[in-house]
Design a protein around this ligand. Structure first.
Ligand SMILES: [Zn+2]
Length: 289
């Protein structure tokens, strides 16, 4: 594949640059003695949990390969939520260690930074598949009904909707996901494909909370995606479904010295609506980048 330069590059001094040594120290500190909370997400269901800024959480394979559909909000304001498409641009379409999950406008700040990924060495396989995908989105009952004519209540969209209801959120708050442990890519016709999940018990994705977070993850009813969900060979993949574990870790504040929760970009304009003194000719002359 042609190695064309990325549109957004983390050059030295850029806000996209990550202090890798800092996050390495954070990840190295995570252990049994830092664990403050654990939960298990049952098959074909979801759970939501909060993570205070400066804490670390792990999404882990505990019983067998299973993909998880992950959503992320600011715990203080659910209008700020993960922006999958901008994260694809600023980071990558499949994320791993040192990549960040960015929030929607007008917030636009890193919500979480990946500090460790046991599948980081998966790289790209012979079909162009990679792991931890931001290309696709959650499965949902509407597409299911459209394509199969069947009502099914345990797609990731529905699982996530039930999980966040106690936090006052609804299905309108469910957004494009990070597909954790999911192997995907684009084929030669530029079409999305999914392959069997490569995660095994013990594998995990570890993230540092840059802000106070509300998280939710669904164990996809597709299980490890080794059985076709659509098409002539489709059948119920219940036998491939496994739970996913969550760990939350409190990090020694001394290790956070120098770190502070990110703020939004200091854009002071109002999209041109408070500048009647300027004519459009002058506005177009302004430096934009
Ligand atoms: Zn799903």
């Amino acid at each position: 594949m042609a190695d064309v330069a990325a549109a957004y590059q983390a050059t030295q001094g850029s806000p996209l640059e990550v202090d890798r040594a800092f996050y390495d120290r954070i990840s190295a500190a995570v252990g049994e003695d830092t664990l403050v909370e654990e939960l298990t997400i049952p098959i074909r269901d979801a759970r939501a949990w909060k993570v205070p800024a400066g804490h670390v959480f792990r999404i882990k394979s505990v019983d067998g390969p299973q993909v998880g559909d992950f959503n992320l909000w600011s715990a203080a304001d659910p209008r700020e939520r993960m922006w999958a498409s901008r994260t694809r641009q600023l980071q990558r379409a499949h994320v791993s260690t040192y990549d960040r999950l960015w929030s929607t406008l007008p917030f636009l700040r890193p919500m979480a930074t990946i500090t460790h990924d046991t599948l980081a060495d998966y790289g790209i396989d012979e079909d162009g598949g990679r792991v931890h995908d931001l290309l696709g989105t959650r499965c949902d009952p509407y597409v299911n009904k459209l394509l199969s004519g069947v009502d099914f209540d345990y797609h990731c969209h529905s699982n996530l909707t039930r999980a966040v209801a106690p936090f006052g959120l609804t299905e309108f708050d469910i957004h494009d996901v990070l597909n954790v442990f999911q192997c995907t890519g684009l084929n030669g016709r530029d079409q999305y494909f999914m392959k069997a999940c490569p995660a095994r018990p013990g594998d995990y994705l570890e993230l540092f909370a840059e802000i106070d977070l509300l998280c939710a993850l669904s164990c996809c009813p597709g299980g490890d995606l080794s059985i076709d969900l659509w098409g002539p060979d489709a059948r119920d993949p219940l036998e491939t479904c496994h739970p996913i574990g969550i760990e939350i870790h409190r990090i020694d504040p001394a290790l956070l010295d120098g770190w502070k929760t990110p703020t939004r970009p200091d854009y002071r304009g109002a999209h041109g609506m408070r500048r009647p003194e300027l004519d459009w000719t002058e506005i177009k002359r302004q430096r934009c980048c």
